[in-house]
Design a protein around this ligand. Structure first.
Ligand code: GTP
Length: 687
């Protein structure tokens, strides 16, 4: 009944530079059950119905939390590698009084930035794990997640964005919109995160914020405009003109902590008038209220403009563009003001959960402390005092000593300790409410689990976890370190859903799988440093998968007990490959006679089969000119990509760069297949 493309061993295709980040289902197994020669299919489902949303609280008087919620921001900072996120965060922590000294990434003092708390991060000057911190700016509480920029750690970015209400996209004023900026921006769009852009490094030679702004418009399709005009650039970068307040800002003091406000320099008035008009025009296009003032040719007040920018940004119709130099301590405080003025508070963002007691019905959460507790464990970490679980609270209140229910595992646990995180330091607290990000100790769970107070069976929608694409065989050098070795692997596996551990049945080797060479290298290095286990590492291996090669019958009974009446379904039939060279990729024949299966189920069944089918596509190469740069987009088999970064570097005298992300699994050519089969035969122990 379902026919698939003619087989050959699939290969994985990679997209260089840009492509929609889709993780396609990758298996289509042949099943050996052979009960029914004729195609028959039966699907039964029982479920109870219920209302779509829980009724909101009818409390008439002003709730106690209203003020504190409106003064809360959960933000992330994302960017292409080396754009200056960590440097920027260090300034934010300094100006908000969380740290008393600034330490540079790879700085001469050797201390390293606060948020790069792992030794490896400090040595390499890159961020590997996302770190969480909070700070207070002008009476607002701001929770910040610093996220890594390297594509191998995409899962960290995904997790951070899942629980944030707003974000800052950092762009380099020289590098502009780079490959990874496109990826993180796409992720922000996927999770519907309103954002501000910050064009950093205005002090660098070749800085051109207007070029970067135009790139953001064309490459990221941002509807955006500058909020500021720089006073001087490169070595002469002195300050910024605020286009809303129409004031010049200078950053004095040893670390730029003293802001001096002055009138706009006379020689910049014309440019400022032009850029302010551009800002008003752009916001008017997406905000009716401002459009009315603008079209009537009335002067636009600072308050009117600020309110309109807020409405448009929260509604994700506009991206305000800030600028500065984190390294030279210029422009960070106005960016922080922008976070308060333009990014939403938790009650302005809608969140949903799935009600497990009502067949995964979608429930709108109030997002306030009123109502039952609903919290998502979005990140696990092995801390000095045991497992640390980061929670984003979506509804209700959580208190130290409370019993909470893990809806995914069905376990009930007590919260022995509740803390607020500041990179690797923490602060004990007694309770926390909706909108906040906190961490708990001693709570056994997996990342992505949902906790409630037990009165509701809600789970938050699942996080987008890409399939691992590369594997390595690892083995401890000394047999005595086996215990520590498995402890390390277990821990990393629980913390990072893109890191998997398996056993090669043929060779008996431990196989680790992840998102790329660097991802796996980092874990091997962490096993060595944190667990003092030296491990030998085998050749990287691409995860090839099987496809359908011949007609096969299946008969499967599915049972699921969800607390209510439960569900069951039985599916039997056969699948077979299409004839060689067939132009169609998938064929679905409905051979049901009579009404054995109600006809309204048939389209859903076809969709299911379609989703399970591997596809095969040719290599596509696109070429784009971006100023002096050539951008090549290609779909390539991952197997051919080893060592590419080194050859690209030598081919381009270090100027070329690349990024890749998983596209799909696809059929390999015959010669590769023969090679794979021979290698496999060669590794098989003699019989
Ligand atoms: N000239 C100049 N250099 C900067 C600026 N901001 C950051 N840098 C430098 O750029 C390099 C990268 O900065 P990071 O803060 O580590 O960048 P990141 O985006 O956190 O990098 P990853 O965590 O590896 O993704 C460091 O050497 C910084 O000192 C800036 O405003 N001007």
């Amino acid at each position: 009944m379902a026919r698939f493309p003619r087989p050959s061993t699939p290969r994985s295709l990679y997209t260089l530079y840009t492509s929609p980040s889709k993780t396609t289902p990758s298996h289509s197994h042949t099943h050996s059950h052979s009960h029914s020669p004729t195609a028959a299919l039966l699907l039964l489902r029982h479920f109870s119905s219920g209302s779509l949303a829980r009724a909101a609280s009818k409390d008439e008087k002003e709730p106690w939390w209203k003020d504190s919620m409106s003064r809360l921001r959960n933000i992330g900072i994302s960017a292409h590698i080396d754009s200056g996120k960590t440097t920027l965060t260090e300034r934010v922590l300094y100006y908000t009084g969380r740290i008393h000294e600034i330490h540079e990434v790879r700085g001469r003092d050797g201390v390293g930035a606060k948020m790069d708390s792992m030794d490896l991060e400090r040595e390499k000057g890159i961020t590997i794990q996302s770190a969480a911190t909070y700070c207070t700016w002008k009476d607002y509480q701001v929770n910040i997640i610093d996220t890594p920029g390297h594509v191998d750690f995409t899962i960290e970015v995904e997790r951070a964005l899942r629980v944030l209400d707003g974000a800052i996209l950092v762009l380099c004023s020289v590098g502009g919109v780079q490959s990874q900026s496109i990826t993180v921006d796409r992720q922000m769009r996927r999770y519907e995160v309103p954002r501000l852009a910050f064009i950093n490094k205005l002090d660098r030679m070749g800085a051109d914020p207007w070029k970067v702004l135009n790139q953001a418009r064309s490459k990221l399709r941002h509807h955006s405009a500058a909020m500021q005009v720089p006073i001087g650039l490169e070595e002469d970068f002195k300050g910024l003109i605020d286009l809303v307040q129409l004031k010049a800002l200078y950053f004095h003091g040893s670390s730029g902590e003293k802001i001096v406000t002055e009138d706009i320099p006379a020689n910049m008035e014309a440019l400022v008038a032009e850029k302010r008009r551009e800002l008003i025009e752009a916001v008017s296009e997406v905000d009716d209220k401002l459009a009315e003032v603008f079209l009537n040719d009335e002067p636009v007040s600072s308050t009117e403009l600020e309110e309109a920018i807020r409405r448009a940004t929260v509604a994700r119709k506009f991206v305000p563009v800030f600028m500065g130099s984190a390294f030279k301590n210029k422009g960070v405080q106005p960016l922080l003001d922008g976070v308060l003025s333009y990014l939403p508070c938790p009650t302005e963002v809608s969140s949903y959960a799935l009600d497990q007691s009502k067949n995964e019905e979608k429930v709108t959460l109030s997002g306030t402390p009123d109502g039952p507790l609903v919290a998502l464990a979005f990140k696990l970490e092995e801390g000095r005092f045991g497992q640390l679980t980061y929670l984003r609270i979506y509804e209700g209140v959580i208190r130290k000593g409370d019993f909470i229910h893990n809806i995914n595992s069905g376990k009930k646990v007590k919260i022995p300790r509740l803390v607020r995180m500041h990179s690797d330091e923490m602060e004990d607290i007694q309770q926390a409410h909706a909108g906040q990000i906190v961490a708990v100790f001693g709570v056994d769970c997996a990342s992505g689990d949902t906790f409630t107070d037990g009165s509701v069976k809600y789970t938050m929608t699942s996080m987008n976890v890409p399939e691992p694409v590369m594997s390595l065989a690892v083995q401890p050098v000394s047999k005595d370190s086996g215990g520590q070795f498995s402890k390390a692997l277990n821990r990393f596996q629980r913390e990072d859903p893109t890191f998997r551990v398996g056993l090669d049945a043929e060779s008996g080797q431990t196989i680790i799988s992840g998102m790329g060479e660097l991802h796996l290298d980092i874990y091997v290095e962490r096993i060595r440093r944190e667990y003092k286990v030296d491990a030998t590492v085998g050749k990287p291996r691409v995860n090839f998968r099987e496809t359908v090669t011949q007609r096969a019958e299946f008969d499967y009974l599915h049972k699921k007990q969800t607390g209510g009446q439960g569900q069951y379904g039985r599916v039997c039939g056969y699948i077979e490959p299409l004839p060689q060279g067939s132009s169609t990729k998938f064929e679905f024949d409905n051979m049901i006679v009579g009404q054995a299966i109600p006809s309204n189920f048939i389209p859903a069944i076809e969709k299911g089969f379609k989703e399970a089918a591997n596809s095969r596509k040719g290599v596509i190469v696109g070429n784009d000119q971006d100023g002096d740069d050539s951008v090549i987009t290609a779909h390539v088999p991952l197997n051919n990509m080893f060592g590419y970064s080194t050859s690209l570097r030598s081919m381009t005298q270090g100027k070329g760069e690349f990024t890749m992300e998983y596209k799909e699994h696809s059929a390999v050519s015959n010669d590769v297949q023969t090679q794979l089969v021979n290698t496999y035969k060669g590794t098989k122990p003699a019989e």
